[in-house]
Write a protein that binds this ligand. Structure first.
Ligand code: ZN
Length: 153
């Protein structure tokens, strides 16, 4: 397990040090949504360019702790180029990951397995559930993305 945890730590650090999809998009036409986590001081601005039901581009600005920053970078890499429907699925799966209690996660392989392989690199954030105060850091970008998609409708 510790090798896996090392790998996850590497993924999180990599996204923190080299965040993906940083920048801005012209808004409009892109949607601009702001998110704020007062518990930690994390701030994020998400720009979404959706065309014909596909999230063709996503850009992020903002600052905050390593968890919030790496989570937003991982998110952008996971959803860019996907259909809005698929993006919503990914949001739901990620939120599920963040709500699964660690104890049940350890036993999960048998009972109701969360498909970690479907999450790809996002699975690296699963350790966050051990630290409830950091969950809001990890979910900030996702909630902001979700809010942006709602504005489309
Ligand atoms: Zn934070």
């Amino acid at each position: 397990m510790s090798n896996l945890e090392d790998l996850y730590r590497e993924v999180i650090l990599d996204h923190y040090r080299s965040p993906r999809n940083r920048g801005e998009l012209a808004s409009p036409p892109a949607i601009r949504v702001e998110g704020f986590n007062p518990l930690c001081g994390d701030e994020i601005v998400v720009y979404l360019d959706v065309q014909d039901g596909v999230l063709v581009d996503i850009k992020l600005t903002g600052h905050g702790c390593s968890i919030s920053q790496s989570s937003s970078s991982l998110m952008s890499a996971a959803v860019k180029g996907k259909s809005v429907e698929k993006v919503r699925e990914t949001i739901a799966t990620f939120k599920q990951l963040m709500t699964v209690h660690q104890a049940s996660l350890d036993e999960a392989s048998a009972a109701e397995p969360l498909d970690l392989r479907a999450l790809g690199e996002l699975a690296a954030l699963q350790g966050v559930v051990k630290f409830p105060v950091r969950i809001k850091c990890a979910t900030l970008a996702w909630n902001t993305l979700s809010q942006g998609l709602d504005e489309l409708e």
